[in-house]
Every structure is written in structure tokens, then in C-alpha cells.
Design a binder for this molecule. Structure first.
Ligand code: HEC
Length: 134
């Protein structure tokens, strides 16, 4: 039973990461799910460029950005030293369990255990935090 559960989880992880890696456009359902999941983040994070960092750093322009580089936000030494660049792969690990990827970081969030939830949230975040098209 556990074995079956594990392989289902692994499969959905592979499917989700494949969709992101291949740059496949996220589905409506994924974006809706991602938006809903972000309600767990919005107490601490803003997405609009120029909005002040609150408990957590502003996430505007997140994809491709080096970790711990929003000026004016006091990051933990752990995240500053982590030498990470945010993309679908690093965000997936971070959101699964921040404390495992960067021990000693100060983001008070346990993590999202489901791979498809993380993929939905990352797809939604990527769209929401991209620079507005002119
Ligand atoms: C209780 C407040 C809180 C919640 C809830 C929270 N965060 Fe954070 N987040 C932080 C803090 C604080 C940091 C900075 C951590 C550090 O410096 O170690 C951070 C850092 C980050 C970073 C790295 C940003 C950078 O500039 O390098 C990302 C990405 C992120 N959070 C995404 C999320 C997402 C997505 C969620 C929801 C699933 C979430 N956070 C939930 C407080 C929070």
C-alpha cells in the first residue's frame, strides 16, 4: 500500500516537473489551484513590483532571480549563503520543505507535501511575478 502510494506520488512529481521543464503552458485548473494555495503565503509575501516586503521578501520577478537579493529585506545568513537561483526546480525543493533545502532559514512555513500542489503554485507564481508585458 505504502509502495503504491509512493509510486503515485513519484509519478505525479515526474509529470508535474516534466510539464514545468518542458515549458508546457499551465492549465486553467493548475492556475486556479495555485492561486488558492498562495493564500497560505500572502500573509508574508507581496507580488507587485515595488510593494513593500512584509514579514517575507517581495516576490516580484522571482523566476531567474538569485535568492536573498531583495534590497532592504533582512534575510537570514543561511539563505544569503545558500547560493540559489529561483526556478521551477529550486522552488519545488524550497516549497516542499524550506528547512531541508536551507537549514536555518527564517521562513516559518512547514512545506507543501504534494508535488502537484507545488507545481500548480509555482506555475501560478511564475505567471503572477513575471514582469508585465508592455
Ligand atoms: C510566516 C511568513 C511566511 C510564509 C507563510 C511564507 N513565507 Fe516565504 N519567506 C518568508 C521569510 C521570512 C523569508 C526569508 C527567509 C530567510 O531569509 O531565511 C521567505 C523567503 C521566501 C522565498 C525566497 C525569496 C528570495 O528573495 O530569495 C520564496 C521564493 C518564498 N519565501 C516563497 C513563499 C511561498 C510560495 C509561500 C507559500 C507557500 C511562502 N513563502 C510562505 C516568510 C514566509
Amino acid at each position: 500500500m505504502l509502495r503504491m502510494l509512493l509510486s503515485v506520488t513519484t509519478l505525479s512529481f515526474i509529470l508535474a516537473s516534466h510539464a514545468l521543464a518542458a515549458g508546457t503552458a499551465p492549465t486553467e485548473a493548475q492556475l486556479k489551484r495555485g492561486k488558492l494555495l498562495f493564500t497560505q503565503c500572502q500573509a508574508c509575501h507581496q507580488l507587485k513590483p515595488g510593494a513593500p516586503s512584509v514579514l517575507g521578501p517581495n516576490l516580484a520577478g522571482l523566476m531567474g532571480r538569485k535568492a536573498a537579493t531583495v534590497s532592504g529585506f533582512r534575510y537570514s545568513p543561511a539563505l544569503r549563503k545558500a547560493n540559489l537561483t529561483w526556478d521551477a526546480t529550486t522552488l519545488d525543493k524550497w516549497l516542499q520543505r524550506p528547512a531541508a533545502l536551507v537549514p536555518g532559514n527564517t521562513m516559518a512555513f512547514a512545506g507543501l507535501p504534494k508535488a502537484d500542489d507545488r507545481a500548480s503554485l509555482i506555475a501560478w507564481l511564475a505567471a503572477e511575478t513575471a514582469a508585465p508585458k508592455k
